[in-house]
Design a protein around this ligand. Structure first.
Ligand code: WT7
Length: 665
């Protein structure tokens, strides 16, 4: 237990000094011998072997999947249009559920669900299979056929997992839309993906409040003619479904499931059939529908999950992300279930009802592997060590981090206070587009350095290039690229292949541009430096500056807006908006208008996109060709000396802005 209030400052100072010393040592953590001996990846030759014959490595791993028809080739096609395992047939639900029901995992917990209220529910593989079959039959009865798209707009409940797997069972693709997105954002995605059916829930619990998912869904559906049915899971017990939706559209989940048959064969899918579309922010205002296909994706997420998290048969694994993001798709649902793991699903936030919630869950369920984001770790740091110290965390064996670069302080805090110095920390770098983890230590093989994602996964090839396309030397910064196709790679952007080619594959021909900056040190370790494009990372949520700018200028009072991500100690980045007003001087933009604009952005995109700062200005700094210089706005928002201003049309604009901003603070 933490000491009383009087000795805490001393304790904190001592901890700080210890940390400083560790960081200065350029600390390296070698895998503990006991851990290394038992690790799933224990042979260091795996790297060299995979490097010599990457396709051979993936073929070896592919033997762990259940195929309905063997594949003809590991890989075919030319970059960027690559096919993995052509000729093969398999089904994702068969691999994630049915396969495990044929053996000793039949009665194993597939999903342990912890509700925010404290209620818990466990779905064994057998039980999960029956629910998935029923739901698949329900979707069929609503007209969903192989190749169709289904939107899923739900919270963190087992039914979300069931709905995803039900789609894959019948060969329909899902597009999961994060429950924090607005009706408009949902509508935009359903229209782009041409969804036929929407699965949603009446409301989701969050910190004891109800997020009105059905109300948003109903609003979204009203402008989406393609959606003919809405399947509604009643989580909070809303009395009337019809009231919110047009007549005949709503179907009650519980009733439909009760009436549906508990058997449904798995559709034999081609390796390259569409598995899902997931929308993510890019460098324009329009979200990109990232396309993932069947065999390569499943293989990529299952292999990385087994080796990076060192999954053991008896483990309880918990990824604390939301299913609405790719982390939830790959590492709550598909990777873990394909590996026959027990995946824990928690409905609520880390501070409800108390700030020890995660540690209580770890203690209660004996969680062995815990995977979260740096922003959450920094929040825990701020809350103090008394919370983790009050729980028994001795079941933990591996700790993971994802979503943004983890600062060494947060890494050390995580390692010491959550892992008691004995659990390897795997910092996993990847993206919605990569589908699977690409850069990360294998915990039994790779010594870790706090703040570095270490090295590419076996078979994965990455490099850091300068503007001319030459690899930068040790320590120098550049653009992170992936130089070889990988099985879970995105196949295209839905209905926009041209954008796919241009965005990712044209900057350095034949190489995939990640949009991230990175350095490689003398040991070949990768240090991620954040985005180099106009994509922001706010609390691990990916947002585009243009998307928020479009939402702002959509407001009748706004003439122009420039949005940047400024560094923030807790969130990684915070959203700062510089706004010019129509017909009104900047001086008239007061607190009321600021609140109105924040609400407007929340309505257009979702509460996650709300600007933290809104700064009203008479003019924005632009180049002579009219391009807004966001770099200078970033300098201003972060209180730095201004960078090069010589390309500005009117350098006095930015000087005035800086003065005004500093006064306003
Ligand atoms: C961007 C991708 C991958 C799942 C969550 C986010 C940043 C992610 C790390 C990490 C440094 C990271 C990158 C990347 N990012 N993980 N371990 N170290 N940066 O998925 O929304 O597609 O965002 O998140 O900037 O490009 P996403």
């Amino acid at each position: 237990m933490a000491g009383d209030a009087t000795d805490r400052p001393g304790e904190a100072r001592a901890a700080q000094q210890r940390l400083d010393a560790l960081l200065q040592e350029d600390r390296v953590f070698a895998p503990a011998p006991g851990f290394a001996r038992r690790a799933n990846a224990a042979d260091p030759a795996v790297y060299e072997r995979a490097e010599r014959d990457p396709d051979g490595f993936w073929a070896e791993q592919a033997a762990a999947l259940r195929w309905m028809q063997p594949y003809a080739q590991v890989r075919s096609g030319e970059i960027p249009h690559v096919q993995w395992f052509p000729g093969g047939r398999l089904n994702v639900a068969d691999n994630c559920v049915d396969r495990h029901c044929d053996g000793p995992r039949r009665n194993k917990a597939a999903v342990i669900w912890v509700a925010e209220s404290g209620e818990t529910r466990t779905l064994t593989y057998h039980r999960l299979r029956r629910d998935v079959c029923r739901c698949a039959n329900v979707l069929r009865s609503l007209g969903v056929r192989r190749g169709d798209r289904v939107a899923i707009y739900m919270g963190m409940v087992p039914e979300t997992v069931v709905a995803m797997l039900a789609c894959t069972r019948i060969g329909a693709a899902h597009t999961v839309v994060f429950g924090g997105f607005s009706a408009e954002a949902l509508r935009e995605r359903m229209i782009d993906a041409e969804c036929k059916v929407l699965v949603t829930q009446d409301g989701a619990y969050r910190r004891g409040n109800v997020v009105p998912l059905l109300q948003n869904a109903a609003e979204a559906v009203r402008g989406t003619p393609g959606v003919s049915k809405v399947l509604v899971y009643r989580r909070v017990g809303a009395p009337a479904l019809q009231a919110d939706l047009p007549a005949g559209m709503a179907v009650d989940w519980a009733q439909a499931m009760r009436e549906a048959a508990a058997e449904c064969p798995c559709e034999p899918m081609e390796s390259e059939d569409l598995l899902y579309i997931l929308y993510t922010s890019g460098t324009t205002g329009k979200p990109k529908g990232i396309v993932h296909t069947t065999a390569g994706y499943l293989l990529g997420v299952a292999t990385t999950h087994r080796l990076i998290f060192d999954l053991k048969e008896e483990d309880v694994y918990w990824c604390a992300a939301d299913i609405g993001w790719v982390t939830g798709h790959s590492y709550i649902v598909y990777g873990p279930l394909c590996n026959g793991a027990t995946t824990l699903l928690y409905e609520g936030t880390p501070d409800f009802p108390g700030r020890d919630r995660h540690w209580r869950i770890i203690e209660e369920f004996g969680v062995n592997i815990y995977y979260t984001a740096p922003t959450t770790i920094r929040t825990f740091m701020r809350w103090g060590t008394e919370h983790p110290k009050s729980a028994d965390l001795s079941s933990l064996r591996v700790l993971g981090s994802v979503g943004e670069p983890i600062n060494p302080e947060a890494w050390m805090w995580y390692h010491e206070n959550i892992g008691s110095g004995r659990c390897p920390v795997v910092d996993t770098w990847w993206q919605t587009e990569t589908g699977m983890i690409m850069i990360s230590p294998l915990p039994g093989l790779v010594p870790t350095k706090p703040g570095s994602a270490t090295r590419p996964f076996p078979g994965v090839a990455a490099a850091v290039l300068d503007e001319a396309g030459n690899p930068v030397g040790p320590g120098a910064g550049g653009n992170l690229v992936l130089t070889r196709p990988w099985p879970a790679m995105l196949r295209t952007i839905f209905r926009d292949d041209e954008r796919f080619v241009r965005q990712y594959w044209s900057r350095y021909p034949g190489k995939y541009l990640t949009g991230d900056g990175a350095r490689v040190d003398a040991d070949g370790y990768f240090w991620l430096l954040g985005r180099v494009d106009d994509v922001m990372n706010v609390s691990g949520h990916r947002l585009s500056t243009y998307e928020i700018e479009s939402a702002l200028v959509d407001h009748s009072g706004v003439a122009e807006a420039a949005v940047i991500g400024r560094n923030d100690a807790l969130k990684g980045q915070a959203v700062a908006a510089f706004v010019t007003l129509k017909e009104r001087g900047a001086a008239e933009g007061g607190a009321a208008l600021k609140a109105e604009l924040q609400a407007h952005v929340a309505r257009k995109i979702g509460p996650i996109a709300k600007p933290d700062d809104i700064f009203f200005t008479a003019e924005l700094p632009k180049t002579r060709s009219g391009k807004i210089m966001r770099r200078l706005l970033r300098d201003i928002a972060e209180g730095r000396a201004l960078g090069d201003t010589t390309t500005l049309a009117d350098p006095s604009v930015v000087a005035r802005l800086k003065e005004q901003y500093e006064e306003g603070e």
